[in-house]
Write a protein that binds this ligand. Structure first.
Ligand SMILES: NC(=O)c1ccc[n+]([C@@H]2O[C@H](COP(=O)([O-])OP(=O)(O)OC[C@H]3O[C@@H](n4cnc5c(N)ncnc54)[C@H](OP(=O)(O)O)[C@@H]3O)[C@@H](O)[C@H]2O)c1
Length: 239
C-alpha cells in the first residue's frame, strides 16, 4: 500500500543474492516491507557463508541473520509481489526473467539496478551491451508488460541504501518510460534517505545508455580512490 508521501508494507521480490540484493533486502526489511530474494538454488545459496568482496556475509549467513526474509528459487517464484528489484548479474538478467511466468511480471514496476558488465577478460570489465542500446532497454523490449525504472546502477551498494554516507550533494539517476513508475521509485528512494534534489530523472528508458556507459568511468575512479564509497554530483543551474 502506498500514499502520496510514503510507501509502506510492500511485498517485494528482489532478484539477486549478491551485495546489492543483500543491501536492498536489509534496508527494505528495516523499513517494514516483506522481502523475498530470488536465487538459482536455495539449498546451494544457504550453504554460502563466506564473505564477498564487499565484506558482506554470504547469502546463507545473511539469511540466518535476517530470518524474516524469504529465499526462493527462481523456478518457484509465484504471483503477488508489489515491486520487483533486479539485482542480477547483467549477463544473467534476460535468461532469468525468461524463466519467470509472465503472470508474475505483468504490469509490475521493476527497479533495474543491473549493469551489462563483462568480466570474461578480467578487470576492468567491458560492456557487453552499449552505444545504441542498453540492458535496461533490452529488458523493456523483451518484457513490455514490465514497467522498468533504471536506478541506482551508478552507485555502490552501501550508498544506495544510505546516501548520507557521503557528505554534501550527490546524484542518483532515474530512467524509464512510465511517469507513475518513476514517481513510485522516487518515493522509495526517498524512504532510503535520498533527497528530492538528488534524484535526477533523465527521461525515458533509452537514457540509461548513459548511466550504464558511466560504468567504465566508475571502475576507473574506484581503482584510483581504492574505495567504492564515492559518487558524483550534477551541479547545474537548471537541474
Ligand atoms: N555491487 C554493487 O555495489 C553494484 C552497484 C551498482 C550496480 N550493480 C549491479 O547490480 C547487479 C548485482 O550486483 P551484485 O554485485 O550484487 O551481484 P552479482 O554477482 O553481479 O550478481 C549476483 C546475482 O546474479 C545471479 N547470477 C549470476 N550468474 C548467473 C547465471 N549464470 N544465471 C542465473 N543467475 C546468475 C546470482 O544467482 P545466485 O543467487 O544463484 O548465485 C546472484 O543472485 C549487477 O548487475 C551489478 O552490475 C552492482
Amino acid at each position: 500500500m502506498s500514499t502520496t508521501n510514503s510507501i509502506i508494507n510492500q511485498n517485494i521480490l528482489i532478484l539477486g543474492t549478491g551485495a546489492v540484493g543483500q543491501a536492498l533486502a536489509g534496508k527494505l526489511l528495516s523499513l517494514g516491507h516483506q522481502v523475498n530474494i530470488g536465487t538459482r538454488n536455495v539449498k546451494e545459496s544457504l550453504s554460502r557463508t563466506e564473505k564477498d568482496n564487499w565484506g558482506n556475509s554470504g547469502i546463507g549467513l545473511w539469511i540466518k541473520e535476517n530470518p524474516t526474509a524469504n529465499l526462493i528459487n527462481f523456478d518457484d517464484i509465484g504471483r503477488g509481489f508489489d515491486l520487483i528489484i533486479n539485482a542480477l548479474s547483467g549477463q544473467a538478467v534476460l535468461s532469468v526473467l525468461s524463466g519467470i511466468s509472465t503472470e508474475v511480471l505483468d504490469n509490475k514496476i521493476m527497479i533495474d539496478i543491473s549493469n551489462p558488465l563483462d568480466f570474461s577478460k578480467g578487470f576492468p570489465p567491458s560492456l557487453s551491451i552499449c552505444n545504441d542500446t542498453s540492458l535496461g532497454e533490452q529488458i523493456q523490449a523483451e518484457f513490455p508488460f514490465l514497467k522498468i525504472v533504471k536506478a541506482l546502477n551508478t552507485i555502490s551498494n552501501p550508498i544506495m541504501v544510505n546516501p548520507k554516507l557521503l557528505e554534501g550533494d550527490h546524484t542518483v539517476f532515474v530512467s524509464g518510460n512510465e511517469a507513475d513508475a518513476k514517481s513510485f521509485v522516487s518515493l522509495m528512494l526517498k524512504s532510503f534517505g535520498w533527497e528530492e534534489s538528488q534524484i535526477f530523472d533523465l527521461g525515458d528508458i533509452t537514457t540509461c545508455r548513459g548511466t550504464e556507459m558511466f560504468l567504465p568511468l566508475w571502475v576507473r575512479m574506484f581503482g584510483k580512490l581504492g574505495s567504492p564509497i564515492f559518487n558524483i554530483n550534477v551541479n547545474s543551474k537548471s537541474k
